[in-house]
Design a protein around this ligand. Structure first.
Ligand code: P6P
Length: 366
């Protein structure tokens, strides 16, 4: 059984949250000859979590419960009149809000409100932060941000969708309510990040800054079971993922890179659900791009609850995540809850190759 040597990859101290490439956790104590549930894995990995034991367990467990509930409805969306536009019409982003978006949002909020660990929540579906009253006398130290159902336009055509979440330690006085500044922390301050992919099977993939592990839902026992240990993105690949339909709207450097991918006969894969495209890249390698377009000059995807959590996962798996000005996504200083950013994320060699094209052809100072 492969053992992971615990080397210090630049971690300042055991108490420092994720600050960069850190050593994957030692999985040698995790059995390989039997089912290991998400709950057991989290309990066995608590020593790797920089804060008090037990706090993260409850949080991730509650997200897992919400995921199972959402999964049940996503799986039967075609059968129940849950499709179509929600009564409210549109969400904060102006996206058409599907009823399943609303359902997923409400389940996640409910599960987190009862965890006792969360003091406030931010969601793509809500304009402002949601303050969570304390459960009993317990002080709650965490904030959670999420996109409850990313890629929801795929629901009607039975394509995969996902939930993306990011967990931060609050910075404000634990006695008072959370503040907007608690949510405007850079991605390097995430203490955990992950996604749930509702696809041909339902998977939960997460990191606490000590490697990435994937769990597949076994419906027969209703448990997420360890299925992808210490996930590592392939160093290189010949697959790129971008909405080719915007080609003529992209800046010169992006068009030159896409031309290069085509000249090299790279494969193009694009599902229109970021979680699905990034998950495929985590497994098979590749690069996902969402550059600026005429409709989204600052990029379409949300920094806080889409790009930051997926960037933490990708870096933890050995990959890279930059914006198209070559700034590391996790270092970007947020100024707004729903701010957008451009992104290039995936295999390190492919991100480096794109970087060369941007440096060579960008008309603007980087
Ligand atoms: P486009 C889904 O709406 C989403 O937010 C991401 O999941 C996905 O990668 C992107 O937008 C797709 O955007 O403009 O290509 O349809």
């Amino acid at each position: 059984m492969a053992t992971t040597t615990n080397k210090n990859f630049g971690l300042k101290s055991e108490k420092t949250p994720y600050i960069g490439i850190s050593a994957p956790a030692d999985l040698s104590t995790i059995p390989t000859n039997r089912i290991v549930t998400l709950d057991e894995f989290i309990l066995r990995s608590e020593k790797d979590f920089v804060y008090a034991t037990g706090e993260l367990t409850g949080l991730l467990r509650d997200i897992g419960v919400a995921a199972k509930i959402i999964n049940r409805e996503v799986n039967k969306a075609g059968l129940v009149n849950i499709l179509g536009v929600a009564d409210s019409g549109e969400n904060q982003s102006g996206d058409t809000q599907q009823k399943l978006d609303v359902y997923a949002n409400e389940r996640l909020i409910e599960c987190l409100q009862n965890s006792g660990e969360v003091c406030a929540i931010a969601s793509e579906e809500n304009d402002d932060i949601i303050h969570v009253p304390p459960v009993g006398s317990k002080q709650s130290h965490y904030i959670v941000m999420f996109d409850p159902l990313d890629g929801s336009s795929n629901i009607d055509v039975n394509m995969s969708v996902g939930t993306i979440f990011a967990i931060y330690r609050r910075q404000s006085d634990p006695v008072g309510p959370a503040t907007k500044e608690d949510f405007l922390q850079s991605g390097t301050q995430q203490v955990a990040a992950g996604y749930v992919l509702y696809g041909t099977s339902t998977m939960l993939v997460y990191t606490t800054g000590r490697g990435v592990n994937g769990f597949t839902l076994d419906p027969s026992i209703g448990e997420f079971c360890l299925s992808h240990r210490n996930m590592r993105v392939p160093e290189n690949s010949q697959t790129y993922s971008v909405n080719q339909g915007y080609y003529s709207k992209f800046d010169l450097e992006m068009r030159r890179y896409i031309d290069h991918c085509s000249d090299q006969n790279y494969g193009l894969r694009y599902i229109g659900s970021m979680v699905s495209d990034v998950h495929r890249i985590l497994i098979q390698g590749g690069i996902f791009l969402y550059p600026s377009t005429r409709k989204y000059p600052k990029g379409k995807l949300r920094l806080l609850y889409e790009c930051n959590p997926l960037a933490m996962l990708m870096e933890q798996a050995g990959g890279k995540a930059l914006n198209t000005h070559l700034k590391r996504i996790l270092d970007l200083a947020p100024h707004d809850l729903h701010q957008r950013c451009t992104i290039a994320i995936g295999s390190p060699a492919m991100v480096d190759e794109l970087k060369n094209f941007i440096e060579r052809y960008s008309a603007l100072p980087l």
